[in-house]
Design a protein around this ligand. Structure first.
Ligand code: PBG
Length: 308
C-alpha cells in the first residue's frame, strides 16, 4: 500500500572543500558535517559512491577572498581541483558544483556590490557575467551539472549560452529556481565561511510570503534552460515544492538546508526526537510532496537506512 519509497538514488550529498585545510574540521553547529581538505573530499566521494549515492554537490572555501571573486573561476580554484580529482577517482559519480560568489567575495554577498554611504546594491548584470564564467570553469574541470544558487536575474540563460559557446552543451543546469531568504541558512554560512559582512540577502533572495512569485521565478528558469528546478529550504516550503513539480513537470530537487539539519540534530542530542525516525519521516514527506532529488547532509546515512 505504501506510495512513497526512499532509495539511495534520491539523495545528493553536499561537500565543503577547503583550500586552507590539511585535515577535516567539524562544523560546530552541524555535528558530523565537516569542512574537508581536497584529499578528504575525494575520500568522501568514494564512500558516497560505494554506498550507492549518485551525486555530490561541491562547495568551495578559497584561501583568499577579494572583491572580484577571482577564486570562483580560477583554473586552479579549489572547486575546479576537487572536480578533477573526484571525477578521476569515481568517474560514475555525478559531480554537481554550486555556482555562487559569496564564498569568494570579501564582503560575502552572492554578487558584485556597490556601496553608496549607508546603502549597498548588488549589481545584477556584472554578477551574472562572473557567474557564467564560473560555470564554464566548472564544466571545463569536468562537472556534470552546475547549480547556480545566487538568485541573480537572467543567470540561467547566460550560463546556458556561455556553456554552449565553450562546447559544454552536455553540461546540465540544476537551478536554485526558488530560493527564499531564510533564517535556516545560518549554519551553512559558518560551514562555507560566507556570512555577508554588511546588509542581508533580501534584495536577491525571495520573500517567504510569496508563492506566486516563486512560480514566476521557476517559469523564467524553465524558459532560460534549466534542466532541474530546485526549491530551498525544504520543510517550510512543501507547498511551493508541490506546485513547482505539478506546474512544470520538470525534474525537481529540494534542498533540506543546514538550519533544518541542525534543529533535528540538536533535538536528537537532547533526547527530544529520535534522529533516524525523524529523518526518514522528513525525507518521505519531501518525496511525497514532489521531490525527485533531495540534497541533504544525511545522504550517507540515508543510503544505509533506506536499504535496511
Ligand atoms: C549560497 C548558498 C547558501 C546555501 C547554499 N548556497 C547560503 C545562502 O544563501 O546564504 C545554503 C545551504 C544550507 O543552508 O544548507 N551560495
Amino acid at each position: 500500500m505504501r506510495e512513497t519509497r526512499l532509495t539511495p538514488h534520491d539523495f545528493i550529498l553536499p561537500l565543503f572543500v577547503s583550500e586552507k585545510l590539511q585535515e577535516r574540521r567539524e562544523i560546530q553547529s552541524m555535528p558530523g558535517v565537516y569542512q574537508l581538505s581536497l584529499n578528504d573530499a575525494v575520500e568522501e566521494a568514494r564512500q558516497a559512491c560505494a554506498l550507492g549515492l549518485q551525486a555530490v554537490l561541491l562547495f568551495g572555501i578559497p584561501a583568499h577572498k577579494d572583491e572580484e571573486a577571482s577564486g570562483a573561476f580560477a583554473v586552479e580554484g579549489i572547486v575546479q581541483q576537487a572536480v578533477r580529482a573526484i571525477k578521476a577517482a569515481c568517474p560514475e559519480l555525478v559531480v554537481i558544483t554550486d555556482v555562487c560568489l559569496c564564498e569568494y567575495m570579501s564582503h560575502g554577498h552572492c554578487g558584485v556590490t556597490r556601496r553608496d554611504g549607508e546603502h549597498f546594491h548588488v549589481l545584477n548584470d556584472e554578477s551574472v557575467a562572473l557567474l557564467a564564467k564560473t560555470a564554464v570553469s566548472h564544466a571545463a574541470a569536468g562537472a556534470d551539472l552546475v547549480a547556480p544558487s545566487d538568485m541573480m536575474d537572467g543567470r540561467i540563460g547566460a550560463i546556458r549560452e556561455q556553456l554552449d559557446a565553450h562546447g559544454f552543451e552536455q553540461t546540465g543546469i540544476m537551478s536554485y529556481a526558488v530560493k527564499f531568504a531564510s533564517v535556516f541558512y545560518g549554519p551553512f554560512r559558518e560551514a562555507a565561511e560566507s556570512p555577508p559582512q554588511f546588509g542581508d540577502r533580501r534584495s536577491y533572495q525571495m520573500d517567504a510570503a510569496n508563492a506566486e512569485e516563486a512560480l514566476r521565478e521557476a517559469e523564467l528558469d524553465v524558459q532560460e534552460g534549466a534542466d532541474i528546478l530546485m526549491v530551498k529550504p525544504a520543510l517550510p516550503y512543501l507547498d511551493i515544492l508541490w506546485r513547482v513539480r505539478d506546474r512544470f513537470g520538470k525534474p525537481t530537487a529540494v534542498y533540506h538546508v543546514s538550519g533544518e539539519f541542525a534543529m533535528v540534530k540538536a533535538g536528537a542530542e537532547k533526547g527530544y526526537v529520535e534522529e533516524r525516525a525523524a529523518v526518514l519521516e522528513i525525507m518521505t514527506s519531501l518525496k511525497r510532496a514532489g521531490a525527485d532529488l533531495i540534497v541533504t547532509y544525511w545522504a550517507k546515512e540515508l543510503a544505509q537506512w533506506t536499504r535496511e
